[in-house]
Design a protein. Structure first.
Ligand code: ADP
Length: 661
């Protein structure tokens, strides 16, 4: 998204809309006061993150902070234009302004929910508007410039700015590479790198890894956009080829029961298949069949595939259409769009029984946004409602609508009797991903699929899986062999960019967790040393801590500490990478006092010294555990380095072989 729009106000985070001018005056006097105390050396703000501290330097240099502060003192809001040049940097900049000046903000994206009346509303509320831009190909409109108080350019951030903050962090003078100014880093990349990087070299590597991950994501979404456009072009071509006639498809496979990843929608579909069979057998009336649903989910989660599979399972022909298709039939005149829409619904009614699929229903915006907007859209939305009503009452038509984002839909569309049944199709979890992989690469053994599915859970869509399977098969074909799990891993996971030493350290840390869990009778679900946006590696496991006995608390706290202990014993020293683990363990240990398991019956606030003493005892136990099992930990770590991700089956096999479970 090239342009963003933020409304800034003087309210607190918990009450961003309760803005009155008084707030602004209070705030103004605070700031005035602060400035008088410390005019030339503005307080860097103790709770600014490192990336925000860099942004603060750039903001001060650009003059924006100064101008903004002055304006707040005057109590008169305005519109500000800010060139940022990159999406992540925009986020950092805006949060830095908000935090530094104690302002809360609402965030609108250009084109979504924005129109000029927002400017008037912001002025009424006494709120500033900051418009940001991150794409040089898409300049601010002259119309917007007319409203603006001032324009600032934040693209001259320098690597020295980052060097200054990194030096502060490590407490000595540090050079930061010139090709890594703050603007190039993904949002929070620097913060994460400074938490997990033991020195400047490690921090730099972590930043580069995150840039690589971000670039890969961007490349993938570009591919996805092209795929969507091709799909749309194919749909339009097939329409044009049929001379404006509506195509009737007859899908036969796959069927819904062959597919995974649809959750509640799949259960609804199974009922529908049974009901339609009962209707055909004359056992129930059509009015008893639940015939319409809205699927909401990110692109590529298989909504179109679901509609086609449902048609196959119900043995119904299908018409597939979309708003873009209707709009593309004429020179985008309202009347052409309306005619095309009617034509589709009429074709459905003339060909019952039938399944009607309508994609991208979120292209149809809600009414009442602004008068100008309404002149154009209201007739279109009204026609759509009328068509839906007629169709949903027609015996023999099932309607499936799909969209990526339901928040902008006209509420009337979702009212009872229309698309009132709604299913969220999320990115698939590990189990669903494994089944989707099996669908697209049936030759792969499940032992090869499981680790890949584990590593990608929650980050890849069904369409990604289809692409990974295609690419992996291509690699195997070129080398004249069958496709393997390693091929899939190669195309699906980001390349390793850390040093071998750091990879081994991560593997030893994660193996420490995993072995401790195995010893307490829990084989983890997965062990991964693939970097993602949250961590350098992880172990996931199911342990029910809700039982709440002392042993249950220790059953999690001890394995949590075993990662750090493994680094300590096997590599000679720990790193700060275990911060999250220490928080988990000390949080659990601190809870003992509150819960009456800390030696007192009166619930007490945790006492720092007592928690520390218990943590030390527990850590000594973790160290002993590592010493006794160092052979198993090293073996598992080497296995993790080799395979990058180990699924439950591989971990169970390891545990059995080693006599650990
Ligand atoms: P959407 O309509 O949600 O954008 P599509 O139905 O067009 O997604 O999905 C694109 C492709 O991705 C499908 O043709 C299929 O190959 C694959 N795909 C998506 N979800 C699944 C799934 N749950 N099971 C199998 N394949 C899937």
């Amino acid at each position: 998204m090239a342009k963003n729009l933020r409304l800034l106000g003087g309210g607190r985070d918990d009450a961003p809309d309760a803005l009155i001018l008084d707030d602004i005056h209070d705030l103004a006097s605070d700031i005035l006061h602060a400035d008088e105390d410390d005019d030339d050396d503005p307080d860097p703000g103790p709770d600014l993150r490192p990336s925000q501290r860099v942004a603060r330097i750039v903001l001060e240099r650009s003059g924006l902070m100064h101008a903004f502060r002055d304006r707040i003192v005057l109590g008169v809001p305005g519109v500000w234009l800010v060139e940022c040049g990159a999406d992540g940097w925009t986020n950092t900049v805006i949060r830095t302004i908000g935090k530094s000046l104690h302002l809360s903000f609402d965030h609108y994206q250009w084109g979504r929910g924005f129109d000029l009346s927002l400017l008037a509303r912001a002025a009424d509320l006494g709120r500033h508007i900051i418009m940001t831009r991150d794409d040089d190909d898409d300049p601010f409109d002259d119309e917007i410039r007319l409203f603006a108080l001032a324009e600032f350019d934040l693209r001259d951030d320098r690597h020295e700015d980052v060097a200054q903050i990194v030096s502060d962090h490590f407490g000595r003078q540090i050079d930061w590479p010139a090709d890594l100014p703050a603007r190039r880093m993904p949002y929070h990349a620097l913060d994460y790198a400074l938490v997990y990087g033991a020195d400047e070299a490690a921090a730099e590597r972590l930043v580069r890894v995150q840039i690589a991950v971000e670039e890969r994501k961007r490349a993938e979404s570009a591919i996805r956009r092209v795929e969507e456009q091709e799909k749309e072009a194919a749909r339009n071509a097939s329409r044009r080829g049929s001379g404006g006639k509506v195509d009737i498809l007859r899908p036969t496979s796959p069927r819904v029961e062959d597919l995974a990843g649809y959750g509640d929608a799949a259960r609804w579909a199974a009922d529908l298949v049974a009901d339609i069979a009962a209707y055909r057998a004359g056992e129930i009336a059509w009015s008893e069949v639940d015939t319409g649903a809205l699927l909401v989910g990110p692109p590529g989660t298989g909504k179109t595939l679901f509609a086609s599979a449902l048609a196959a399972s119900c043995d119904l022909p299908m018409i597939s259409s979309s708003f873009a298709q209707w709009a593309a039939t004429g020179a985008s005149y309202q009347s052409d769009t309306i005619r095309a829409m009617r034509q589709t619904f009429e074709a459905a009614a003339a060909n019952i029984p039938l399944l009607l699929f309508i994609d991208e229903i979120d292209s149809l915006p809600r009414r009442g946004v602004s008068p100008r907007h309404d002149d154009y859209w209201r007739p279109i939305v009204n026609t759509a409602l009328e068509c839906f009503d007629g169709t949903l009452r027609t015996e023999g038509i099932v309607v499936i609508a799909a969209c990526n984002d339901a928040s902008g839909l006209d509420p009337a569309l979702l009212r009872s009797g229309r698309l009132d049944r709604r299913f969220e199709i999320a990115l698939p979890d590990a189990a669903a991903l494994a089944r989707i992989f099996a669908h697209h690469a049936p030759d792969l053994p499940s032992s090869a699929i499981e680790p890949v599915a584990t590593a990608l859970a929650g980050t890849a869509s069904g369409a990604d899986v289809a692409r990974f399977a295609r690419e992996a098969k291509r690699i195997a074909r070129r080398e004249r062999r069958t496709v393997s799990g390693a091929d899939i891993l190669k195309v699906a996971l980001p390349a390793e960019t850390r040093t071998r030493e750091l990879v081994l350290r991560t593997a030893i840390h994660e193996a420490g967790h995993a072995i401790a869990l195995m010893l307490s009778g829990h084989v983890p679900r997965a062990l991964s040393i693939v970097v993602d946006s949250l961590s350098a590696g992880h172990v996931s496991f199911d342990v029910d801590s809700t039982a709440g006995r002392l042993a249950d608390v220790y059953r999690i706290a001890l394995p949590a500490l075993a990662g750090r202990a493994a680094e300590d014993v096997l590599l000679g020293e720990p790193t700060i990478g275990a911060a999250g683990d220490l928080e988990t363990a000390s949080g659990l240990v601190a809870g003992l006092d509150r819960g009456g398991l800390g030696g007192f019956l009166t619930p007490a606030q945790p006492d720092g010294d007592r928690v520390e003493a218990r943590m030390r005892r527990l850590y000594a136990e973790a160290v002993m555990l590592v010493i006794r099992n160092r052979g198993a930990i090293m073996e598992l770590a080497h296995l993790a380095v080799e395979r990058r991700v180990l699924g439950e089956a591989a971990l169970r096999e390891f545990a059995t072989k080693r006599g650990l479970a």
